[in-house]
Write a protein that binds this ligand. Structure first.
Ligand code: FAD
Length: 347
C-alpha cells in the first residue's frame, strides 16, 4: 500500500503554479489506480495556507507544510531541508513533484537522504495490474522507456505540460505545519532578484497554442536576387503579436544571430528547437523557411499538429515529418496571414 505525497513549492504570490497542479492530477490518478493508497499534499513556501485552500477539494487525506520566510526563496539547502521534513512526516513511499528547475535541483538530493531513488523528466505514470511504471524519453526524444522501481521512497518529477492541471473548488484546508529551523549554514545563498526580458521581447511562451518556427530561409537571397531581413522581422513579429504564438528557430538561424550578422535581433539560442535545442510542447506548430532536417525535427516530438511552408517541394517536412506542407513563398503566405489576422481583429 502506497502513501502518495504531492510535493509542491508555493509561488511568491501564495498560489500554486500549473506544473504543481499537474503533479496533483498525476497523484490523484495513482490514488485511484493503486488500491489502498493514501494521498497527502506537502507544501513549501513563505505562507502555504492559500495554496492549500485552493486545492482543498483534491481528495487528499492530509495537508502538511513547511512555511516561513526562509522557505520563500528557491535555495537548495532550505528546499531540501523542508522537503525531507515533509517526506518523513508523511511517511511517503511515492513522492510526486512538478519538474520545475527548483525541485529538479533539490529533490534528487532529498531522495538520497531518505535512502530512496529519484526519476526526473517523467511524462507518464501507467499502472498495470496494480504496479506503477513511469515513462520518459531518452536520446533527445527518440526512445521512450517505461521503467519500474521496487525501491521506496520513489521521487518522481513530472515534466510540465504532460497532464491537465487539477481544477476544483477552493475551501478551507487544515494544514499541519512542521516547525523546521534552518541552521545558519543553510541560509548562505540568497536570490537577489530576477532578470527577465521586457514583455514585448519575450518570445518564448511555453503555454501558447502554437509554436511558430523561423528557419534560415528568412535571411537567404530570395527569388528577386535580394535579401529581405527587415521585412522578415516585421512579418514574424506582427504574426507573434497578433497570435501570441511562441517563437522557435532552427539552429542555422540562431547561429547566424549569434555570429553578429545582420539577422533577426529577437532570435537567440534560447529559441532553438531540436537535438541541441529545446523540445517544447504545443498543440500546433508552423515551420517557415526551415528545411525540416532530422536534428531540427527531433525537437518537434511533442508538437501535436505540424505544418510547414517551404519553397522546396523536396524539403525534409515533405518526407513524412509534417501533416501539411505548403509549397509556397513564406513571405507571401505570412503577409496574407497577417492581413487576415488584422481583418479579424478589426471586425
Ligand atoms: C549534431 C547536430 C546537432 C544539430 N542540432 C540542431 C538543432 O538543435 N536544431 C536545428 O534546427 N538544427 C540542428 N542541427 C542542424 C540541422 O541539421 C540543420 O542544418 C538546420 O536545422 C538547418 O536550418 P534551416 O532549415 O533553417 O536552414 P536551411 O537548411 O538553410 O534551410 C532553409 C530553408 O528555407 C527555405 N526557404 C528559403 N526561402 C524561402 C521562402 N521565401 N519561403 C519558404 N521557404 C523558403 C529553403 O527552401 C530551405 O529549405 C544540428 C546538426 C548537427 C550535426
Amino acid at each position: 500500500m502506497e502513501t502518495i505525497l504531492v510535493l509542491a513549492h508555493v509561488e511568491a504570490d501564495g498560489s500554486l503554479a500549473k506544473p504543481a497542479r499537474e503533479a496533483l492530477t498525476a497523484a490523484r490518478s495513482l490514488k485511484a489506480a493503486l488500491t489502498g493508497s493514501t494521498l497527502c499534499v506537502g507544501l513549501v513556501g513563505a505562507d502555504v495556507q492559500a495554496a492549500a485552500d485552493a486545492i482543498a477539494g483534491c481528495g487528499a487525506e492530509r495537508f502538511v507544510g513547511v512555511a516561513g520566510g526562509a522557505f520563500a526563496q528557491p535555495r537548495y539547502a532550505t528546499d531540501a531541508l523542508a522537503a525531507e521534513s515533509i517526506c518523513r512526516e508523511a511517511g511517503a513511499t511515492l513522492i510526486l513533484a512538478p519538474g520545475t528547475s527548483r525541485w529538479c535541483r533539490a529533490l534528487p538530493g532529498v531522495a538520497h537522504r531518505l535512502g530512496g531513488r529519484a526519476d526526473a523528466h517523467v511524462t507518464g505514470l501507467p499502472v498495470t495490474d496494480g504496479t506503477l511504471a513511469v515513462t520518459r524519453w531518452y536520446y533527445r526524444q527518440r526512445i521512450e522507456v517505461t521503467s519500474r522501481r521496487t525501491q521506496r521512497p520513489w521521487v518522481i518529477l513530472v515534466d510540465p505540460g504532460c497532464l491537465d492541471p487539477w481544477e476544483g473548488a477552493a475551501a478551507a484546508a487544515s494544514v499541519q505545519l512542521i516547525a523546521v529551523q534552518p541552521p545558519a549554514g543553510c541560509l548562505r545563498t540568497t536570490v537577489s532578484g530576477f532578470l527577465t526580458p521586457a514583455a514585448d521581447a519575450q518570445t518564448i511562451r511555453p503555454d501558447a497554442d502554437l509554436l511558430f518556427v523561423a528557419g534560415a530561409g528568412w535571411t537567404k537571397v530570395q527569388p528577386d536576387g535580394k535579401v529581405h531581413v527587415a521585412e522578415a522581422a516585421e512579418l514574424i513579429l506582427t504574426f507573434l503579436r497578433e497570435t501570441q504564438a511562441s517563437l522557435g528557430g532552427s539552429k542555422s538561424l540562431v547561429d547566424l544571430s549569434g555570429e553578429g550578422q545582420s539577422v533577426l535581433p529577437f532570435m537567440t539560442h534560447l529559441n532553438q528547437v531540436g537535438q541541441t535545442g529545446a523540445t517544447p510542447r504545443h498543440p500546433k506548430g508552423l515551420a517557415t523557411c526551415c528545411h525540416g532536417e532530422e536534428p531540427h525535427v527531433v525537437g518537434w516530438r511533442f508538437i501535436g499538429e505540424r505544418r510547414a511552408v517551404n519553397l522546396d517541394p523536396n524539403c525534409g517536412w515533405v518526407r513524412g515529418k509534417a501533416d501539411v506542407v505548403y509549397v509556397a513563398d513564406a513571405f507571401a503566405v505570412m503577409a496574407k496571414v497577417n492581413a487576415l489576422l488584422a481583418e479579424k481583429a478589426s471586425a
